[in-house]
Structure formats: structure tokens, C-alpha cells
Design a protein around this ligand. Structure first.
Ligand SMILES: [Zn+2]
Length: 323
């Protein structure tokens, strides 16, 4: 192994959205280790009010010491800074688009697409491994989970799954991308896995609340990944029994309405079971929401306001458990 001087750098990665002249800015930190090794990219704030992921990204960057690091750690503290600055759930305010639907981006596209293009070109594609941190945005609550995409490239998929398995979160989702239409405009971790970079999404947190418990859950997972990849020394923390989901399905509203869930996080529901209902603002019933399959309630929209297209429930089809 070559010895190189370790160092830590932080600063703003800046671009311009040409149609309006607005700045596109990302706070990024890089830790260069003293020995050669893989490049791990960790990104917080894909959704700008998911603070537990953001805080975990910041703390990871602060705690990793170059002198004890093999390889390179790159951390994007807050990807969706416009949402963060406006206390906004999910969307990039300039174009009202969820950034998790536009990767790998487009240099000639809308604000969100140009943001995605620049971070992909300059940061994500430099990764050997990529971890995208989420933390339960303002209108949602969730059971922590990790999602390792299945792309059909077995070598990549196996490494993504290893990252998910060492994250120390019980719900491990294998998200199958093989049947989806191409080209896929999707989340960052899915887009990178399709380009051959082992990648996961990790969710811990809810309702745009910063808690140390949910932040620490991310930090344990991130430290475990770095130990697993040989980037730092230590013992992998493994305190959970895992369950495995073959399908993580989002139920979206077809109406603008008020939303009343009839289930709790962690409930097990049966196919066609009524799991919530829509009412109008006068309290009149519009329609029921039914479970798509027998599954585990992993995400619930907790804001009573829904627009058509908003996710109200995310269900997991659990196919196995660790003993
Ligand atoms: Zn998110």
C-alpha cells in the first residue's frame, strides 16, 4: 500500500442554472486517507428536510480521521439545499419536482435535472460505493429500512446487498429494477447501481424531526460499511434480526383529498384489507385504500393533506426472516 499524506477538505461545489442564472450549490467534504482503498460516497438531504440523514452525513465527515482512513470518503451534507432552506418536504422548489425521480439528470433540463446531472458527474460517478441517506420527510413516518437495488448485474447486486446487510437495520429490501422501462429516471442510488456502482438507500427518521436515536442508527450503519470495506478498523455492530422484503410498493393517491390511515407502522395487513380512506374537507367519505398484497406497513403519510400522486402507504412483501 502506498502511503500518501492524509487530509480533510470541505467547501462548496458550485454551478449555475443557466436559464435563470441561479446558483446550484452543494456542501461537500472529502477525507483522503493515508492508504489506498475504495472511494465511498455518502449523500444526505436528497430530501432537504430529512434531518437525521443530513446530521449523520455531517457527523460522519467530522469523525473520520485521515490518519486512520484507507481510501477516500466523500460526503455531500445536504443535496437538496433549496428544500432545506425553505423547510419543504421532498420537492425542489424551483420546479416542484421530487429529486428522486430525475437521476442521472440532464444538463439541459429543469432545475432538478441540472442539479442531478452536476452531482452525478462530479461526485456520484467517482464512487466505488454509494450510500444515500434518507430520514422520513415532514409529511411521513416510517419503520427504518435499507433498500439494495437488484439490477441483474449479479456482481454489483451482491455488493449492494452486503452494504444493506451490515447497516444493522432489520428491514432489508431488495428492490427489483429489472422489469422497469428504460431509460429509467429514478433516484440516485438506483441510477448509480444501474451504472455498476454498488449502492443502497437507508431510511431512519420521521416527520422532519431531528433525533439522535435515528441519526445514530445511520452512523452505526455507515461505520459498519466502512469497516466492511476495510476503510477503517473496528468491529461491525450487529444487534438486529433481519427480515427480507422482495417488494417495496408505494400506494399513491388518485385524488386531492384528506387522508385517514387505518393502520399503524409495523402492522401486518392482508391483501384487499382497507388500510385507510379519503374524505373531502366536509368529512364525507370519498373512497377506501386497500392493501395490494399481504405485507408489512413500512411508511405512512402522516399529513392529512394529499394531492393526487402523493404516496400514502408503502408496503413490504416480506419473504423471509433471520433466525
Ligand atoms: Zn427521502
Amino acid at each position: 500500500m502506498t502511503k500518501t499524506p492524509g487530509k480533510k477538505e470541505q467547501g462548496w461545489l458550485e454551478f449555475t442554472y443557466k436559464p435563470t442564472g441561479e446558483a446550484i450549490r452543494f456542501p461537500v467534504g472529502t477525507v483522503y486517507g493515508v492508504e489506498e482503498g475504495p472511494t465511498l460516497v455518502v449523500l444526505g438531504g436528497m430530501h432537504g428536510s430529512e434531518f437525521c440523514g443530513i446530521e449523520a452525513a455531517i457527523r460522519l465527515f467530522r469523525e473520520v480521521e485521515p490518519e486512520k482512513l484507507k481510501g477516500t470518503l466523500k460526503v455531500v451534507m445536504i443535496y437538496n439545499l433549496p428544500a432545506f432552506e425553505n423547510n419543504l418536504g421532498f420537492l425542489v422548489p424551483q420546479d416542484g419536482i421530487n429529486p428522486g425521480r430525475v437521476f442521472p439528470g440532464d444538463p439541459e433540463g429543469s432545475f432538478s435535472e441540472v442539479m442531478a446531472y452536476h452531482i452525478t458527474e462530479n461526485v456520484l460517478r467517482t464512487a466505488d460505493y454509494y450510500v444515500e441517506l434518507h430520514g422520513g420527510d415532514i409529511p411521513e413516518a416510517l419503520v427504518p429500512f435499507v433498500n439494495a437495488p437488484i439490477t441483474g448485474n449479479e456482481a454489483v447486486d451482491e455488493k449492494s446487498r452486503e452494504l444493506a446487510m451490515v447497516y444493522n437495520i432489520p428491514m432489508v429490501v431488495g428492490g427489483d429494477l429489472t422489469q422497469l422501462p428504460r431509460p429509467l429516471h429514478t433516484s440516485g442510488f438506483r441510477a448509480m447501481s444501474l451504472e455498476g456502482i454498488p449502492s443502497i438507500l437507508a431510511e431512519s427518521g420521521k416527520q422532519g424531526i431531528l433525533t439522535m436515536e435515528d441519526t445514530e442508527r445511520h452512523l452505526v450503519g455507515l461505520r459498519n460499511i466502512m469497516i466492511h470495506l476495510g476503510m477503517r478498523k473496528g468491529t461491525i455492530v450487529n444487534t438486529v434480526k433481519r427480515m427480507f422484503s422482495a417488494e417495496h410498493a408505494a400506494i399513491r393517491s388518485e385524488v386531492d383529498a384528506m387522508w385517514y390511515p387505518a393502520v399503524k407502522l409495523g402492522d401486518w395487513v392482508k391483501e384487499s384489507q382497507v388500510i385507510g380512506e379519503y374524505r373531502n374537507v366536509f368529512g364525507e367519505h370519498i373512497s377506501d385504500v386497500k392493501a395490494l398484497f399481504d405485507g408489512h406497513v413500512t411508511v405512512i403519510r402522516t399529513s392529512p393533506h394529499v394531492d393526487a400522486g402523493n404516496v400514502v402507504i408503502e408496503l413490504d412483501r416480506v419473504t423471509g426472516h433471520e433466525d
